[in-house]
Design a binder for this molecule. Structure first.
Ligand SMILES: *Cc1c(COP(=O)(O)O)cnc(C)c1O
Length: 386
């Protein structure tokens, strides 16, 4: 777009950030360049483009835009959220290093940390993120990374960052946050002293349940190292996925604000229902992290959870009766979804183990979309009556 000197708002950045100034005759939308290889200049290796290097025109544009949205020096788009986390860890850790991670993380990330990194000689310690002293106690001389996810799946806990970022920085440790659940509309961890931000772009960033992608944001030398890992481990995104991600990003501000509003209204409605034992939503004053959420987040998000009084059988009856909500994994898109963690993210635990970490049978995670709130509430109401 034309030269603008004042700092642009998030919504304007989501639509125009990183794009070349428009010239007569070019399309208003970004052209999709669905090519693996690119005509090269003779006599130099400068400007060599190849899809696996992450430097296709569609990848480079959406990377510039994501860096602006997160407030980071650089960003890299990869083929999935797991690709992003794996390559970021490969860039930060070597054999003999130590990683300290919150124990409340995405299942795929947990498998990477418990099964794959130790096989490469990287030690991993898990911490209960609610015990602030636990983090310090877990640190060793060879600790290079502290990893956490916030807000947390599926309980929507929001973790405090202040003391953690001063601890990490006084010890020279990289603080890495997966903020998939919030999106940069609600939470920009770099503004709170975090070094590296990771997203599953499959979720809110794209927002339409139609691509798989991930993003890593951080400083330039670090992103260069993640890119090197991405090239060697083959985790680059397809140009079409980058094009769809850029298109999805244009509406992120209005989408997420609508999701925040819808979720707040649904949460407030659910609190009053006798069939529901508990509502998990950081926007409710009753949520244990409501005060932290108010200081860290610009919006309380579109993710929430409810616990039905009748336990597992009630949950199944409820899901069968829903007409607007779709029973499916994943989250963050325009369509509202419902899922039972006992049959998805937390199926590896027993019923007792799940209850102990706050996910009893009858627990339903809702990803609130951008439909009319009245219709979503009516759908929940009629399903509760079944
Ligand atoms: C979905 C998800 C991931 C993994 O992302 P994919 O795009 O499915 O690889 C990582 N972290 C969180 C918090 C997620 O929700």
């Amino acid at each position: 777009m034309a030269e603008v000197t004042r700092k642009l708002g998030l919504s304007t950045t989501a639509i125009h950030g990183g794009a070349a100034p428009p010239t007569p005759g070019t399309g208003v939308t970004t052209p999709l360049v669905q090519s693996v290889n690119y005509v090269q200049e003779t006599g130099t290796s400068e400007g060599l483009r190849y899809t696996r290097y992450g430097n296709t025109p569609n990848a480079e544009l959406v990377q510039r835009r994501l860096a602006q949205l997160e407030g980071s020096e650089a960003a890299l788009v990869l083929s999935s959220g797991m690709g992003a986390t794996a390559c970021a860890m490969l860039a930060l850790l070597r054999g003999g290093d130590h990683l300290v991670s919150s124990s409340w993380i995405y299942g795929g990330t947990r498998t990477l940390f418990t099964d794959d990194l130790p096989g490469m000689g990287i030690e991993v310690t898990f911490c209960n993120p609610l015990e602030p002293r636990g983090w310090r106690k877990a640190l060793r001389k060879n600790t290079r990374v502290i990893f956490l996810e916030s807000p947390v799946n599926p309980t929507c806990r929001v973790l405090e960052l202040n003391s953690l970022q001063s601890l990490a920085h006084s010890e020279g440790i990289a603080l890495v946050v997966d903020s998939t659940f919030a999106s940069p509309v609600n939470f920009r961890p770099i503004e709170h002293g975090v070094d590296v931000v990771i997203h599953s772009a499959t979720k809110y960033l794209n927002g339409h349940h139609d691509i798989l992608a991930g993003v890593v944001c951080g400083n330039e030398p670090f992103i260069d190292e993640v890119r090197r890992k991405m090239m060697v481990w083959g985790q680059a995104p397809d140009p079409f996925a980058c094009w769809l991600l850029e298109r999805g990003l244009k509406t992120i501000d209005v989408r997420v604000k609508r999701q925040n509003e819808n979720a707040m209204r649904i949460a407030e409605w659910c609190v009053k229902r006798p069939e529901i034992a508990k509502v998990h939503y950081p926007g409710l004053p009753s949520h244990p992290d409501h005060e932290i959420a108010k200081t860290l987040l610009d919006g309380f998000g579109g993710m929430m959870a409810i616990e039905l009084k009748g336990g597992g059988p009630s949950a199944i009856r409820f899901i069968h009766a829903l007409k607007v909500f779709i029973y499916a994994a994943s989250l963050g898109g325009v369509d509202s979804l419902v899922i039972e963690p006992r049959y998805s993210s937390h199926e590896h635990l027993t019923s007792e183990e799940r209850a102990k970490i706050g996910i009893p049978d009858g627990f339903l995670r809702l990803s609130i979309g951008i439909e009319d709130a009245e219709d979503l509430i009516a759908d929940i109401e009629q399903a509760l009556q079944q």
